[in-house]
Design a protein around this ligand. Structure first.
Ligand SMILES: [Zn+2]
Length: 307
């Protein structure tokens, strides 16, 4: 097993390790106060704390599944759009590119998918070009990767001379989808979103509770970690409503949470996420997801019948 100190050193250098250890130490006053306020156990356990286990869910492929094309959109890296700045002062566009490449490599290794990362990182790429590119390529699904920013932001120093934003109160992943457009396509988006969240939860990742999403995204009634885009029309997320194939956006974690940002650099996390993605894609594209009848005639989502 790799020690927490080693993991942190690998990411942020000795000074960052010391700062993170201080902030996350079981006895650290701020940590205790935060956990009391959140009604969480004082002793750190579970995601995203160091040492909390992640596992690789098993995918079930129907016999006629074949090889499916998955377009991986590394979020941001668009003109004038680098995304957020993480708690280690890493641009979101750089995190998403690394995460998308790691996911593509792992999906391709299954032999069940042909995954492609939409941008190379050599030039800013407009989102419209990505959506057109995915359609031209004949993608079966469009998965956009991002990291999120939520909650009250403080400043900390993860390394000498660097001041970066920090927020430890709102960890977790979120999977976003849109109910705009053709009801059959919307049903596939919902099946994909629920499949991703269900399999990510199974992998040991934490679904975000959505406390900061009020007015932006509406929580799903059936699956924790799934949210419907409810921004005012005209401000809704382009890659959720425009691709002609089912599309979702995965906020992998809270970029300002030093525990999550650290864990998302670990191969074990990338392996578990990729396995969760493969299982979710097999479920949704293989026909085991929500049927088209999961949407009402007006395109509004309805809860599935209790089982
Ligand atoms: Zn983003």
């Amino acid at each position: 097993m790799i020690s927490r100190r080693k993991l942190v050193l690998g990411l942020a250098g000795a000074a960052g390790a010391a700062a993170l250890s201080r902030a996350l130490a079981p006895g650290a006053p701020r940590q205790i106060a935060a956990r009391r306020a959140l009604k969480l156990p004082i002793a750190p356990s579970g995601w995203p704390f160091p040492g909390a286990r992640v596992v690789a869910p098993s995918a079930v492929f129907p016999p006629d599944f074949g090889v499916r094309r998955i377009y991986l959109d590394a979020g941001h890296g668009a003109p004038g759009n680098t995304g957020n700045l993480s708690c280690f002062c890493v641009d979101e566009q750089d995190f998403t590119l690394a995460a998308a490449r790691a996911l593509a490599e792992r999906l391709n290794a299954t032999g069940r998918f042909e995954a492609r990362v939409g941008r190379a990182g050599d030039r800013p790429l407009p989102y419209a070009e990505r959506v057109e590119d995915a359609a031209r390529w004949g993608a079966d699904a469009f998965v956009s990767l991002h990291s999120d920013v939520r909650g009250r932001i403080e400043t900390w120093s993860p390394g000498q001379g660097r001041q970066c934003p920090l927020s430890l109160a709102a960890p977790g992943f979120a999977v976003l989808w849109s109910d705009e457009g053709d009801p059959a396509l919307c049903a596939l988006r919902l099946a994909l979103a629920r499949g991703f969240a269900r399999r990510m939860e199974e992998a040991g990742l934490l679904p975000y509770d959505g406390a900061a999403y009020s007015g932006l995204y509406e929580p799903d009634t059936a699956q924790p970690g799934v949210f419907l885009d409810r921004r005012p029309p005209g401000q809704r997320i382009f890659v959720l409503r425009r691709p002609s194939m089912p599309s979702i956006l995965v906020e992998t974690h809270h970029a300002l949470d030093a525990r999550e940002a650290t864990r998302w650099t670990e191969p074990a996390t990338l392996d578990a996420f990729a396995a969760a993605a493969a299982a979710a894609l097999a479920d949704a594209l293989g026909g085991a997801g929500a049927p088209a009848s999961a949407l009402g005639g007006d395109g509004a989502p309805v809860s599935p019948p209790p089982t």
